[in-house]
Design a protein around this ligand. Structure first.
Ligand code: ADP
Ligand code: AMP
Length: 246
């Protein structure tokens, strides 16, 4: 029944879309697998850089924050559990996020590898990730540390507008959409995240320094950490990121 459903779905897809997806997959077949982690405080540019690298290397982009916000919006049991911590700028429990990452990584779109954005955020999450990957006989290739001074982040966070269904992010000053308030690709309205304000940012930064900084040391000790100057303009950060993962 399930495969019959999938066949009907494909019949409904426009030939031009099907052909371009086929060409994309053919191009991707020759690319090496890559398993990447992007670590950095809120507003450091992880979500901005991820789509560029995802497209270049045919990876999937797994942002635990985006997945959790989708679960909160859909009021799933997981979303209900996560909401209170997220609203306060605290981390949700390790078990919740490890579960969603484990499921997401097994999707076909992650076949050539992945970018983990916002995960792992605790040493326990990093250890659980290693266990998951060990079982598959693979490992993380590179961890990019989006290093940036806290003082730059308030302006980045309070000016951020996002397109919830795609995760695309804009900035009123640094990356304005073509039409203010609307997504460039779909024309749908942009929103500001509930936790993107100066007050909640303080707790998010506290969580980052206390719980996530040790994860940076964890990967530095494994010799797979690359530091990125995340305070630089967007294009310059992209060049650094491309160099670090190539
Ligand atoms: P993160 O995913 O790390 O929380 P984002 O990629 O969403 O951060 O970036 C936060 C905000 O800062 C967004 O509004 C984005 O447009 C903007 N931004 C991202 N990179 C830069 C940069 N290098 N210079 C200036 N603004 C940036
Ligand atoms: P982000 O979109 O990455 O800024 O994440 C938004 C919020 O989701 C965080 O403040 C946390 O409450 C929660 N969250 C996202 N990823 C994780 C994670 N790996 N571990 C725990 N909580 C997370």
């Amino acid at each position: 029944m399930a495969s019959g459903g999938a066949a009907v779905d494909l019949e409904d897809v426009q030939t031009v879309d099907l052909t371009s997806e086929l060409l994309r997959r053919l191009k991707c077949a020759s690319k090496p697998d890559k398993r990447l982690v992007f670590i950095g405080p809120p507003g450091s540019g992880k979500g901005t850089q991820s789509p560029v690298i995802k497209d270049e290397f045919c990876l999937c982009h797994l942002a635990t924050g985006d997945m959790l916000r989708a679960a909160v919006a859909a009021k799933t049991p997981l979303g209900v559990k996560a909401k209170e911590s997220m609203d306060k700028g605290k981390l949700v429990s390790d078990d919740l996020v490890v579960g969603i990452i484990n499921e997401a990584m097994s999707k076909p779109r992650c076949q050539k590898g992945f970018i983990l954005d916002g995960f792992p955020r605790t040493v326990t999450q990093a250890e659980k990730l290693d266990e998951m990957l060990n079982k598959q006989g693979v490992q993380i290739d590179k961890v990019l540390n989006f290093a940036i001074d806290d003082s730059i982040l308030e302006e980045r966070i309070t000016g951020r507008w996002i397109h919830p269904s795609s995760g695309r992010s804009y900035h009123t000053k640094f990356a304005p959409p073509k039409v203010p308030g609307f997504d460039d690709v779909t024309g749908e309205p942009l929103i500001q995240r509930k936790d993107d304000n100066a007050e909640v940012l303080m707790s998010r930064l506290e969580a980052f320094h206390r719980q996530t900084k040790p994860v940076i040391d964890y990967y530095a000790n494994k010799g797979i950490l690359a530091n990125i100057h995340a305070e630089k303009p967007r294009q310059e950060v992209t060049s650094e990121v491309q160099k670090a993962v190539s």
